[in-house]
Design a protein around this ligand. Structure first.
Ligand SMILES: Cc1c2[nH]c(c1CCC(=O)O)Cc1[nH]c(c(CCC(=O)O)c1C)Cc1[nH]c(c(CCC(=O)O)c1C)Cc1[nH]c(c(C)c1CCC(=O)O)C2
Length: 342
């Protein structure tokens, strides 16, 4: 066991197979809290750094070396395939993705072109450079799900209310579905490029789907996420599906075609099992803010998460959302040791 990424604890837990110990990695482990990341990124814009395979390789490896996590996640961003498909956008430090000309009309949706694998050849090249460096440690590829991508394109940037997104969704469902269908195609191509290059698992981030009711999620979003996830059913790698504040959506997000459902800190894992069912594994779900509490609290809460995770077919330990930039990296390292020791 564990001498190849395809037989790693992460992949085995994702498939519900027996593991020697619970695998652990952290969403947004690359970048953010690491001083060695800040140093190497100096003077290089975020999107530009994603297009340099040597830089991507180094940043992806940093948290693996430092923390001994059980998986690497490719250093990239959910908007990389959108930029590669010709959308004029930037990632503004401290803000996030900003789109120069938000997509709000039929003409703008029509102008969104498909992604070609050659548009993101630097991503495939990065994966190829990483595999020999990683050895038996699996590499997770990822993409943004249609709803979350649509929200950036329609709002033009981050949003609290998703008013413009919902205005299109409710006001012009046909246009909404056309847009999401094109985004599903882009996402599928982007994930296939990563799988063909050799990643061992993929995560579909629908980070902001928690803004929706279950009924609206099922009607407006699920068909498109299902097309992405079911389109990868024969790809041979486990599919993780995650969003924030998705307590009422967990059942549907599993049904969309996930092998693993990612859960944020609001829903206890044992309760998540009862809605997701015995056919899927779970990933999560320590509150990233708990890492700022005294170690006794971190330890107690970690043991609770691990105990609740035992109810699942398989459990991949993670935070309930991404690492906060202010997190002390030493706490993350200690947390990995704790998870491995339980
Ligand atoms: C919604 C979303 C985005 N990007 C991503 C999501 C889904 C995950 C989630 O829910 O948090 C996913 C993402 N973005 C990035 C990664 C690389 C791997 C990793 O961090 O471990 C991953 C997996 C790099 C990044 N993406 C971004 C940075 C910071 C850029 C910088 O330092 O200049 C990094 C390292 C920028 C970005 N990109 C995005 C936001 C909201 C931001 C700004 C907030 C922030 O600083 O994190 C969009």
């Amino acid at each position: 066991m564990s001498n190849s990424p395809a037989d790693s604890a992460l992949v085995r837990a994702a498939r519900g197979l027996e593991v020697p110990r619970t695998p652990v990695w952290f969403m947004r482990q690359a970048g953010r809290s690491l001083p060695e990341y800040r140093k190497i990124r100096q003077g290089v814009a975020m999107l530009e750094s994603c297009r340099r395979p040597e830089l991507v390789t180094e940043i992806t490896l940093q948290p693996v070396r430092r923390h001994g996590v059980d998986a690497a996640i490719l250093f990239s961003d959910i908007v990389v395939p959108l930029a590669a498909a010709g959308i004029d956008l930037d990632i503004v430090p401290g803000t996030g993705p900003v789109v120069a000309e938000p997509i709000r009309t039929a003409a703008a949706v029509e102008a969104l072109r498909p992604l070609d694998a050659t548009d993101v050849s630097y991503v495939a090249e990065s994966v190829r450079l990483l595999l020999p460096e990683l050895g038996a440690t699996p590499l997770i590829g990822f993409a943004g799900a249609p709803f979350t991508l649509a929200s950036y394109l329609i709002e033009g940037g981050p949003s609290r209310t998703y008013l413009k997104t919902k205005a299109m969704m409710y006001g012009d469902p046909q246009l909404w579905h056309t847009l999401c269908s094109r985004l599903a195609d882009i996402t599928l191509t982007f994930l296939r490029v990563q799988i063909d290059a050799g990643v061992s698992a993929v995560q579909l981030f629908d980070s902001w789907a928690g803004a929706l009711s279950e009924a609206d999620y099922r009607e407006y979003v699920m068909p498109h996420s299902t097309r992405v996830l079911s389109g990868l059913a024969d790809a041979g790698v486990p599919r993780i599906h995650f969003g924030v504040g998705t307590g009422v959506l967990l059942e549907a997000m599993g049904e969309a075609g996930a092998d693993v459902v990612g859960v944020d800190w609001r829903t206890p894992l044992d309760r998540a099992v009862s809605v997701v069912g015995p056919e899927r594994s779970l990933q999560g779900n320590l509150d990233p803010a708990i890492l700022f509490a005294p170690w006794e609290v971190v330890e107690r809460e970690t043991r609770r998460v691990l105990a609740q995770g035992r109810a699942a077919r398989g459990h991949i330990f993670n935070l309930g959302h991404g690492v906060m930039p202010e997190t002390d990296p030493d706490v993350l390292t200690r947390l990995v040791e704790l998870v491995h020791s339980v």
